[in-house]
Design a protein around this ligand. Structure first.
Ligand code: ADP
Length: 369
């Protein structure tokens, strides 16, 4: 897989923001018009689980396992990522607001030629915040969030993938309003349309296209879209053409520039004690070419240095891990500039220049803006 090693790590940093929907900088007056999930007439809230909806209170039936798996692995009923917790990417944020959030707020405006995009593709190197952006959209729109790892689906549930896709969209409608996020979409809809392509994956792709065509035609209580489709890929050039056409808006999520990296340090170090010698601008310079996930790893590494030093000393003193427990106060020492420099030398940038060129080329040919 080409996903970052620390997927899901954003949960930790988001915790403090729970309840502060929309974030500080991004709180806009019109956000008051976004229907909150509790107030909207989402069937899911009233009628219990999708499983019960399909099979009644017994909850047992031929697809019960698949449904349970989807509930467990994909569904987040209450996402909580604020725009603020995402560094940089100002253009992507405003594009997503225009393409996904505003159509929910003012559906009457987004009619005819202004009809909302069928689907939005975010492409770019791994670890740049694509998943976070999708969650932020779901949070701001107060929708359920379905996080679908397409590569997991394609490999683990190969025989059942087609049914899985259908169930997924059914479930999304049940828990509406919903944001479905297909991560690594290229794994589901790749280009290899030749004879070597498995019949099964051809069927999955076809099902995905059918389901995506259905999205946006169903009307919600206020005439708004009930299911939004977002997708991400690190390999846009592998994407099936028919699928690419459905993902009408294609947004490049690049590596963070200096300003983005500065914000990444600030966001990641919010709760960390820093030594007086720490100079963020120098760290920003030294992390040129690092992805958001890379910079996050640098901060995590640096923040652990105090503990590592103390553990080494304790080991030399022949202390056991249980005794270490009593050292809690001692290890929470301020992180120094030297800690950061060491961390930077331990964490290499994960994206090469060749890839960056490829993204730029694809952007020129197929990207939006
Ligand atoms: P992608 O989906 O693009 O592969 P993710 O959104 O999953 O990347 O990001 C992986 C991790 O890297 C996040 O959990 C977060 O800790 C960090 N990260 C990446 N980009 C950003 C960003 N722009 N702002 C804040 N954190 C980021």
């Amino acid at each position: 897989g080409h996903g970052p090693p620390d997927r899901g790590a954003d949960r930790g940093t988001d915790r403090g923001d729970r309840g502060e929907r929309g974030g500080r900088n991004y709180k806009k007056p019109w956000m008051d018009n976004v229907p909150k999930k509790d107030e909207s007439k989402g069937k899911g809230a009233e009628a219990g689980s999708f499983l019960e909806h399909v099979y009644g209170s017994s909850g047992s039936g031929p697809d019960a396992d698949l449904i349970q798996m989807l509930e467990r692995d994909c569904v987040d009923r209450c996402p909580s990522v604020t725009w603020d917790s995402i560094a940089g990417l100002e253009q992507a944020k405003s594009l997503l607001e225009e393409a996904v959030v505003l159509p929910l707020v003012m559906p009457e405006y987004f009619q005819g030629i202004r009809r909302p995009w069928k689907g939005v593709l975010m492409f770019g190197p791994p670890g740049t915040g694509k998943t976070m952006l999708a969650k932020a959209v779901a949070t701001q729109c107060s929708t359920s969030f379905f996080n679908v790892s397409a590569s997991t689906m394609a490999s683990k549930y190969r025989g059942d993938s087609e049914k899985l896709v259908r169930l997924l969209f059914e479930m999304a409608r049940f828990y509406a309003p919903t944001t479905i996020f297909f991560d690594e979409i290229d794994a589901l809809g790749s280009k290899r349309g030749d004879a070597s392509e498995h019949e099964a994956s051809r069927r999955v792709k076809a099902e995905l296209l059918v389901q995506m065509d259905g999205v946006g035609t169903e009307e919600g209580t206020e005439g708004t879209r009930q299911v939004m489709v977002l997708a991400a890929t690190n390999r846009p050039w592998d994407l099936d053409e028919a699928l690419r056409r459905r993902l009408e808006k294609r947004i490049y999520i690049p590596l963070p520039e200096a300003e983005g990296r500065k914000q990444l340090f600030e966001i990641n170090l919010r709760e960390v004690k820093l030594g007086t010698d720490v100079a963020i601008p120098g760290l920003v310079d030294k992390t040129k070419g690092y992805s958001g996930a890379d910079v996050t790893n640098v901060c995590r590494e640096a923040a652990m240095m105090g503990l590592r030093r103390r553990m080494q000393k304790a080991r030399q003193e022949g202390k056991s891990l249980v005794e270490m427990h009593n050292l809690k106060q001692e290890v929470d020492v301020p992180v120094t500039q030297a800690d950061f420099l060491e961390a930077i030398s331990n964490v290499n940038r994960s994206v090469g220049n060749e890839d960056l060129q490829r993204f730029a080329d694809w952007m020129k040919e197929f990207g939006s803006i």
